[in-house]
Design a binder for this molecule. Sequence first.
Ligand SMILES: [Fe+2]
Length: 200
Amino acid sequence: MSLLLLNRSEFGDPANAGHLLTNEEANQLLEEWVPNERLQLHMKQVAAVMKAWAIQREGADDATARKWEQAGLLHDADWEKYPNDHCRVIIEELEKRNVDPEVIHCIASHGPRYFGVEPNNKMDRMIYVFDELSGFIHASALVRPTRYEGMDVKSVMKKLKTASFAAQVNRDDIADALSRIDIPLEEIIQFIIDNQRNVS
Ligand SMILES: [Fe+2]
C-alpha cells in the first residue's frame, strides 16, 4: 500500500462523543460501499474480534463495546471504491455523520505507517494489531480442508514465518503493532481464531 497520509491528528467533534451509526446505518453503508464480499467479511471479522476483546478483556460496557465494534466494521469501508484516498473518505463521511471522535481516530490510526496517525489508546492499538492478523488467519483457514476446525496457533505461527504465504500481509506491520502492546502473539492469534471463526 502506498502512502496515504492524512496530515491531520484531530478527528471528529468532541461534542459527538457517544454518537454512533445505528447498526442498520452501518450495515447499509457497508452494502453500498463494499460490494466485495470477501472484504465485507474481513470487516465483519475485525468488528467481531474488536467487540469480543472490549467485553472480555477490557471489561467494556455495552456502549464502549459498540464503539470498538463499529470502528472494526467500518475501518476499510472506502478501500474498494477509493483506493487512492483510503481512510480519508470514510473518515470525512463519519465526521459528516457526527460519529464519536474516538471511533474516527481509531479508524484513522489503523495503519500508522500509511496514514501517519499514531494509535493513542487501547482501542487504536488493538485495531492495528487485529487488522492484518485477522486477514492472515482467515487466509490460513481458507487453505485448510477443514477451515477453522482444528486450526491451532502453532500452524499460524509457522505460516507467519513463511514469507511466501499470504505475502501481501506485511509482517513488519504486525511486529510494529505488537510492539505497542504487552500481549503475546500466540494469545492474540488464539483470540482471533476463537472470535472470528463463526462470522459470516
Ligand atoms: Fe482491514
